[in-house]
Write a protein that binds this ligand. Structure first.
Ligand SMILES: Cc1ncc(COP(=O)(O)O)c(C=O)c1O
Ligand SMILES: N[C@@H](CCSC[C@H](N)C(=O)O)C(=O)O
Length: 415
C-alpha cells in the first residue's frame, strides 16, 4: 500500500466516486458512498487491511518513505480518513482516540486571553474541558443560548477566537442557526474559528462544512461506529493550513487512532446509513408515542419543536436522540430502572436503545448550581434509540412508565 504521494495530498476515497475507471466522475448518494471504498492494496483486498505495526522500515537511512511510525501515520488510518473525508465533504479528516480527544486537538488552537463562545446546553465532557481551559489555560469561555443570534452577537468581539456549536444540543435538543452564526462570525471576526460538534446527527443527516464552518468534529464512538465497541473521534476540515496545524497536534501529542480501531470504525461506517435510518424511524415513533401520552418531548422530528423549520432547513433527518421530562426526579428514576429493553447507559448512536438521566450520568460533571442556572431539568430522561423493533421499544417504555406511576393505566395516556 505504498505510494510516493503523501497520503495527505491524495483525494478522498474516491472523490467523486469512480467505480468504472475512465467513466463519468459522479457523486453517488450517501448510502452508496458509505459502503464504497477503494484502496490501493497490492492484493486488491475487499476489506482494508489492518497495518498492526508501530514502525515501517525505510529503504535508506537518509530518505524517509511515506510512513515511518504509526503515531505519525498508518495506512489503515489513512484509508479511514480518506473515506470519512468523502462522506463529510471535507478535504481532510483526522481520526483520533475519542471525541474528547478531537475536542482537545481543536482547543489547542487557542492561546491564553482568547475568548470562546459555546452553548449553554452542551455535552458535559465538552463543558468540563472548557472549564479546565478557563481555569488553567487563561481562556475566557462564554456560555450562551446559541438558539439566540443576539446572544451570540453580544459576546462576539475582536478577542473571540472560537465559536463552538452543537445542533441539536446534548441533551436539550436545541437547534442553532449554523449558517447565520457562521456568516455573522466571518463578517465580524474573520479569523475566529467556527467549530461544530456534529455527533448528534452524523454526516448522514447534516454536513456543517457545507455551511462554511471551519471545523466539524464528531465522537465516532457514537453513530459513525454504531456498536459501542470502540472509542474514536474525527475532525474534518476544508482548509489545508488548518489541517496541518491540527495534524501537528495529533502527531505531537500521539492521539491518532490505533490501526485496529481504524479498521473497526471503517467497518462500522459502512452500515451507517442503514443503521441511522432505522434508528431515526424508531425515534420518531417513540417521540410521537410519548408526546401523545402528554409528556414534554424534545425531538426535532416533532412539529412542536420550537426550531422545527430551522432544523429542517439544515438537516436531512431528526436523529435518534430525544429527551423528555416527567415532573419528578423520583418518577424519572423509576422509569429508567423499570425499562428492560432500554439499557441504562450513557452514550448514543448504538444499535441498542439506551435510557439515561443526563444530570446523573453524562452531564453529572457539570456543577449542579450551573445546571440549575442553565435550566437543565434534573428529571430529564434521554432516550437514545436503536434499531430494534419499534413496537417492542414502545411496549417496553409503556410498561416502564406504568410501573413508575407515570401512566395511570397502560392504555390510558396521562402523566
Ligand atoms: C455531543 C458529544 N460530543 C462529544 C462527545 C465526546 O465523545 P467521546 O466519548 O468519544 O470522547 C460526546 C460523548 O461522549 C458527545 O455526546
Ligand atoms: N463518565 C463519562 C460519561 C460519558 S457520557 C458519554 C456521552 N457523550 C453521552 O452524552 O452519553 C464522563 O465523565 O465523561
Amino acid at each position: 500500500m505504498s505510494s510516493s504521494v503523501p497520503s495527505s495530498l491524495l483525494p478522498p476515497s474516491p472523490a467523486p466516486s469512480t467505480p468504472r475507471p475512465g467513466g463519468p466522475q459522479r457523486r453517488y448518494k450517501l448510502e452508496t458512498e458509505v459502503v464504497y471504498t477503494e484502496s490501493p492494496d497490492q492484493y486488491r483486498s475487499s476489506s482494508v487491511p489492518i497495518y498492526q505495526t508501530a514502525t515501517f522500515k525505510q529503504a535508506s537511512g537518509s530518505e524517509m518513505g511515506e510512513y515511518d511510525y504509526t503515531r505519525s501515520g498508518n495506512p489503515t488510518r489513512t484509508q479511514l480518513e480518506r473515506h470519512l473525508a468523502k462522506i463529510m465533504n471535507a478535504s481532510r479528516v483526522l481520526a483520533v482516540a475519542s471525541g474528547m480527544s478531537a475536542m482537545d486537538v481543536i482547543a489547542r488552537l487557542l492561546r491564553p486571553g482568547d475568548e470562546v463562545i459555546a452553548g449553554d446546553d452542551l455535552y458535559g465532557g465538552t463543558n468540563r474541558l472548557l472549564k479546565y481551559l478557563s481555569t488553567n489555560g487563561g481562556i475566557i469561555v462564554h456560555h450562551v443560548d446559541t438558539t439566540s443570534i443576539s446572544a451570540v452577537t453580544e459576546k462576539l468581539n475582536d478577542k473571540t477566537a472560537m465559536v463552538l456549536l452543537e445542533s441539536p444540543t446534548n441533551p436539550l435538543i436545541k437547534i442553532c442557526d449554523i449558517p447565520t452564526i457562521t456568516r455573522l462570525v466571518k463578517d465580524t471576526v474573520p479569523n475566529a474559528i467556527v467549530a461544530v460538534d456534529n455527533t448528534m446527527l452524523s454526516p448522514i443527516a447534516q454536513n456543517p462544512l457545507d455551511f462554511g464552518v471551519d471545523i466539524v468534529y464528531e465522537s465516532a464512538t457514537k453513530f459513525l461506529s454504531g456498536h459501542h465497541d470502540l472509542m474514536a473521534g474525527v475532525i474534518a476540515v476544508n482548509d489545508e493550513k488548518l489541517a496541518e496545524k491540527l495534524f501537528f497536534t495529533v502527531n505531537a501529542t500521539g492521539c491518532g487512532l490505533a490501526p485496529f480501531d481504524c479498521w473497526l470504525l471503517l467497518r462500522g461506517v459502512k452500515t451507517l446509513a442503514i443503521r441511522y435510518e432505522k434508528a431515526q424511524n424508531n425515534a420518531q415513533i417513540v417521540a410521537e408515542y410519548l408526546e401523545g401520552a402528554g409528556f414534554k418531548v424534545r425531538y426535532p422530528g416533532l412539529e412542536s419543536h420550537p426550531q422545527y423549520d430551522l432544523h429542517w432547513s439544515m438537516a436531512r433527518g431528526a436523529g435518534a436522540v430525544l429527551s423528555f421530562e416527567t415532573g419528578s426526579v423520583d418518577v424519572s428514576e423509576r422509569i429508567v430502572e423499570s425499562a428492560r429493553l432500554w439499557g441504562i447507559s450513557v452514550s448514543f448512536g448504538c444499535v441498542n436503545s439506551l435510557i439515561s438521566m443526563p444530570c446523573k450520568m453524562s452531564h453529572a460533571s457539570i456543577d449542579p448550581k450551573v445546571r440549575a442556572e442553565r435550566a437543565l431539568p434534573e428529571d430529564l430522561i434521554r432516550l437514545c434509540v436503536g434499531i430494534e423493533n419499534a413496537s417492542d421499544l414502545v411496549e417496553d417504555l409503556k410498561h416502564a412508565l406504568f410501573q413508575a406511576g407515570a401512566l395511570k393505566t397502560d392504555s390510558e395516556l396521562s402523566c
